[in-house]
Design a protein around this ligand. Structure first.
Ligand code: CP
Length: 297
């Protein structure tokens, strides 16, 4: 694999290979070390999970990691992102983990700088894609519910602005998920659907669900006309212990990519419950990102 940009680039075999390798790392496997490689991390948007788990993953593989201090880099003096990368490349760095608020920025870099022997990883680009999140999500789902073709998965929240929702649709489609429903009030429903159904009814969507995934209410991504009365949203769509117990399967699991707005899209009681796999998703993130980095070497 040259780059890791989105789920669409992966075949089902690629996905299965990454799942195998991440499982190997989870079981304590160490693999080959790569002390000759350095990873540069450029995060133009805030991150806790993705940035630190890529850093841990790289270090677990013996790689060196540089977190580029963007607030003090020469981009602040007008240097372009392309020139920043080319200068880091001149220092010998070939691996780049990039999060950006604009869609397709990492794809553009991969295309323009293709002759420089560089590997790019998309750590989330605007509303477009978050492929490593989708991979750790499918790893978590399969850990608890291996029969994907017979599962009902409900994704609840602001689907329209969610790169997580986009990447999840692609991975569930490639892995033949039985039923996938995206639940949101009309103003937050997706304009384009790759896989699954869309519903405004939380009750119908949670009915018989095996996996329920909450999404963060992304206040910062709302544009004019998309505002929401959050008290109304809570009444209609908040994921609570009571709703899950009444509607979903008795052994349903609950997930969330984080960060969670406790008491907004999901109640604390549910976040901290036995059915919540939210922190397990975070643990899986390190193993899956080890598999992704290893696949690029
Ligand atoms: N899930 C996720 O991308 O979290 P961070 O924004 O903390 O990386």
């Amino acid at each position: 694999m040259e780059h890791f940009l989105d789920i669409q680039q992966l075949t089902r075999t690629d996905i299965e290979r990454l799942l195998d390798r991440s499982g190997y790392f989870k079981d304590g496997g160490t693999g080959e070390g790569f002390p000759q490689h350095t990873v540069a991390q450029l995060f133009y948007e805030n991150s806790t999970r993705t940035r630190i788990s890529f850093e841990m993953a790289a270090k677990n593989l013996g790689m060196r990691v540089i977190n580029v201090d963007l607030a003090h880099s020469s981009e602040q003096k007008g240097e372009s992102l392309d020139d920043t990368i080319l200068n880091l490349r001149a220092m010998g760095i070939r691996y780049y983990v990039i999060r950006h608020s604009e869609e397709y920025v990492v794809h553009g870099l991969a295309e323009r700088l293709h002759s420089h022997d560089i590997h790019f990883i998309n750590a989330g680009d605007g509303k477009h894609a978050h492929p490593s999140q989708a991979m750790l999500d499918i790893m978590t789902i399969l850990t608890h519910k291996p029969e994907l073709s017979s599962l009902k998965i409900a994704l609840v929240g602001n689907i329209r602005h969610s790169r997580v929702a986009n990447s999840l649709q692609h991975v569930l489609s490639k892995m033949d998920c039985g039923e996938f429903v995206m639940v949101a009030p009309p103003v937050w429903q997706p304009q384009t659907v790759f896989f699954g159904n869309v519903s405004a009814s939380l009750e119908e969507s949670l009915e018989g669900a095996d996996v329920v995934i909450g999404l963060r209410v992304q206040r910062e991504r709302l544009t004019a006309g998309e505002e929401m009365d959050f008290e109304q949203y809570r009444q209609d769509y908040a994921l609570t212990n009571e709703r899950i117990q009444q509607l979903a399967k008795p052994d349903a699991i609950v997930m969330h990519p984080g960060p969670v707005n406790r008491g907004v899209e999901m109640d604390s009681e549910l976040v901290d419950s036995a059915r919540s796999k939210i922190l397990e998703q975070v643990s899986h993130g390190v193993f899956m990102r080890m598999a992704i980095l290893e696949a690029l070497t």
